[in-house]
Design a protein around this ligand. Structure first.
Ligand code: VGL
Ligand code: ZN
Length: 192
């Protein structure tokens, strides 16, 4: 098997927005969103890498919310149960939590936007990031593209992501856009 070996000296796994509101039953549910949890947990159990988790962490009056002129239902309000990580996610493996889009006028699909994520990774000597979570066509895509822009080698874990698919084909287009930008797509089973 053509596998990639991960080491915590060089590699980080980024868990993007694995939060209750993005899972079935949540405020902005991603179809099968909860399915990323066992895939990511199994990966973190098997490989040695620095794990980082991002979370959408909005104020109640965030500009992305429909009542405030935005496109989305109210979701991931800081401190609420909907904003909490999925209860089964292996948060004990997570070395650093990154909260994003924390101010009313600031939207941040990327975990790098307005956060200390790049600085944290650089400080730890990380050169490669492996990205999974929610949602493929929004925060996963934006985070992977920004990782490349920040000079990291970025891989998206195809079996550990799910998308919103507001328009049919959004996830397929997101994958193409990521590939064009130099993001690699791999399955978690190909990592050791
Ligand atoms: C996200 C829509 C709105 C995401 C966040 O995590 O992909 N999508 N806020
Ligand atoms: Zn949001």
């Amino acid at each position: 098997m053509l596998g990639v070996h991960l080491t915590p000296e060089r590699d980080a796994v980024i868990l993007v927005d694995v939060q209750n509101d993005f899972c079935p039953g949540g405020a902005l549910p991603v179809p099968e969103g909860d399915r990323v949890v066992p895939a990511l947990n199994a990966l973190l159990e098997r490989v040695r890498a620095v794990a980082v988790a991002t979370r959408d962490w909005h104020p109640p009056n965030h500009s992305s919310f429909k009542p405030h002129g935005g496109p989305w239902p109210v979701h991931c309000v800081a401190g609420t149960a909907g904003a909490a990580f999925h209860p089964a996610l292996a948060v004990d493996r997570v070395a650093h939590v990154v909260s994003k889009a924390t101010r009313p006028e600031e939207e941040a699909y990327s975990g790098f936007q307005g956060t200390d994520l790049a600085a944290f990774l650089r400080q730890r000597g990380i050169r490669r990031v492996f990205v999974g979570g929610l949602a493929t066509d929004y925060c996963v895509k934006a985070t992977a593209l920004d990782a490349v822009k920040h000079g990291f080698e970025a891989t998206v874990l195809e079996d550990a992501i799910r998308g919103v698919e507001v328009q049919e084909g959004d996830c397929a287009r997101a994958r193409e856009e990521m590939k064009r930008a130099g993001v690699r797509l791999m399955r978690t089973e190909d990592l050791t």
